[in-house]
Ligand binder design. Structure first.
Ligand code: DQA
Length: 148
């Protein structure tokens, strides 16, 4: 059974209360559960990790290699726009990943227009609220099915 890692960056633990007009009302737990159920229907296991710390996220990406994680669904949050360390970690482990955002960063402040991940991601899914995550789960299933 393939395993997918759902990885979330800083402040996403506050979903459900954080800037609801931008990020919606759903909590990260509830979004993760929906993704988990969708993947379970396709016989794929989900593991989740959220951290507010860049180094912990780097450690989690590196650990994914030892766990044979097949794919990462990643919302780097604010680190999207700053983190060479996380980009390098993803390149180092060579695990394919889908970049996800609830909002549409390209339609927001100029500093959000740059992503350190988009050019190396399998796909970027953004601007659909919680549905960005379920669409990413769908894309992940399709990718893994095609690969087998
Ligand atoms: C975000 C967009 C980022 O610009 C922001 O820093 C976040 C969340 C999103 O999901 O829309 O924390 O990644």
């Amino acid at each position: 059974m393939a395993t997918i890692l759902l990885l979330n960056g800083p402040n996403l633990n506050l979903l459900g209360s954080r800037e609801k007009s931008i990020y919606g009302e759903l909590t990260l737990d509830s979004i993760s559960k929906t993704v988990e159920d969708k993947l379970a229907d396709a016989s794929i296991k989900l593991v989740t990790y959220q951290s507010n710390h860049e180094g912990y996220l780097v450690d989690r990406v590196q650990r994914a290699l030892t766990e044979s994680i097949a794919l990462i669904i990643f919302n780097p949050a604010a680190y999207t726009h700053t983190s060479v360390a996380l980009r390098d970690a993803l390149l180092a482990v060579e695990i394919p990943f889908i970049e996800v955002h609830l909002s549409e960063p390209k339609e927001r402040e100029a500093f959000r227009h740059i992503s350190y991940f988009s050019d190396i991601a399998l796909e970027v899914i953004s601007g659909k609220g919680a549905m960005s995550y379920t669409d990413a789960a769908e894309a992940a299933i399709n990718y893994l099915n095609k690969k087998d």
